[in-house]
Ligand binder design. Structure first.
Ligand SMILES: NC(=O)C1=CN([C@@H]2O[C@H](COP(=O)(O)OP(=O)(O)OC[C@H]3O[C@@H](n4cnc5c(N)ncnc54)[C@H](OP(=O)(O)O)[C@@H]3O)[C@@H](O)[C@H]2O)C=CC1
Ligand SMILES: O=CC(=O)O
Length: 322
């Protein structure tokens, strides 16, 4: 049997790779920098399947140069880099990896809440740099117990963060575009956006990036928050106006920011990095061995289903499913 031609933007985990190699002729880009556009166009000229990744723009122009393409799969829940309507127009189903990454991402997000509130990373730096020679002299942290956590984007990951916060004795409020039908079981209260900004001691952002959520947090929103507020973003960098966040932290309009996502990524020379009231991790929400392995498997399942013209297990645009 002739093998399917596929282009894969790595990394590709060993189990998924072995399964794909059985039926696919693979071109694998495994460098950490994104593939140059002209090279990608060449790779896609005869590709039937494509595993894309978040730092690659999949737009109409790219799709128009991929005449054989019949499925795109991506190892992430977010798919803001892909023009979904253009894929639908070309009858290309797009698979993503929701659910399997929920607990790992919620752990990291709540870890940012905890680390910033209790200054765990600052304590470790203090010890490592040899300053713990007499009585400690580092700023005090703040309690989580009794505080209000506001979640903007109370979806799968938001709910898992809420569980962790409730176990720490926090009250949870949230804002989505629509009220959740299961909100009684969640023990979380729906509030409007302004109320969430005003009442929260900690704000956790977990909305997908879209035209509507781009720069959802800017100067006005930071001004609306408590000056003691901790702001945690684990969604996508462009949901926040980075310059406005920088100003808010410098002017102490808010107390602290903990970010797993920033704009742009990678992020190595922005002055935000040098502020004392910031903690940044390099987009590692789902980065555990178990979770990344499951994401790899689900991505392979999506790709293989699309190549065989079957329904994808997790499809963003199910209207084009066979
Ligand atoms: N840091 C990391 O490594 C990771 C980051 N992520 C990010 O987290 C995001 C959320 O993932 P997940 O929980 O699985 O997604 P879900 O789709 O389950 O949840 C998203 C929630 O956001 C709400 N929402 C969407 N748009 C808006 C808006 N404009 N304003 C307010 N609320 C909105 C939705 O409710 P409603 O439709 O009612 O508004 C929904 O409840 C992903 O899209 C991704 O960007 C995910 C995994 C790892
Ligand atoms: O950022 C990660 C994702 O899965 O989305």
């Amino acid at each position: 049997m002739e093998k399917y031609k596929v282009a894969i933007m790595g990394p590709l985990y060993p189990d998924a790779r072995a399964r794909l190699e059985e039926v696919c002729e693979i071109k694998l880009w495994d460098k950490s920098d994104p593939i140059p556009r002209d090279e990608l166009v060449e790779w896609l000229a005869d590709a039937e399947g494509f595993i894309s990744r978040g730092d690659i723009k999949v737009d109409k122009d790219l799709l128009s140069q991929a005449p054989q393409l019949r499925v795109i799969a991506q190892s992430s829940v977010g798919y803001d880099n892909i023009d979904i309507s253009a894929c639908t127009e070309q009858a290309i189903p797009v698979g993503n990896t929701p659910v399997v990454l929920v607990e790992a991402t919620a752990d990291l997000t709540f870890g940012l809440v905890l680390s910033s509130a209790r200054r765990i990373h600052e304590g470790w730096n203090y010890v490592q740099e040899g300053h713990w020679t007499s009585r400690r002299n580092i700023p005090l942290g703040v309690d989580l117990f009794g505080k209000t956590l506001g979640i903007v984007g109370m979806g799968n990951i938001g709910v898992a963060v809420a569980r962790r916060a409730q176990a720490s004795g926090m009250q949870v409020i949230y804002h989505n575009r629509s009220i959740r039908t299961d909100q009684e079981q969640l023990a979380a209260t729906f509030v409007n956006f302004d109320q969430l900004l005003e009442e929260s001691d900690f704000i956790v952002v977990l909305v997908p990036l879209s035209a509507e959520s781009r720069h959802l947090f800017g100067k006005d929103q930071f001004k609306h928050m408590k000056s003691s507020a901790y702001f945690i973003n684990a969604s996508r960098g462009p949901v926040v106006d980075t310059e406005a966040l920088y100003e808010a932290l410098v002017n102490q309009d808010i107390a602290y920011a903990a970010l797993d996502v920033v704009n742009p990524e990678p992020f190595s020379d922005h002055p935000l990095i040098h502020l004392p009231n910031v903690l940044i991790t390099p987009h590692i929400g789902s980065a555990t061995l178990e979770t990344r392995t499951q994401m790899g498997e689900l991505t392979a399942d999506n790709l293989l289903a699309g190549l065989a013209k079957q329904t994808l297990p997790k499809c963003v645009n199910d209207e084009v499913n066979y």
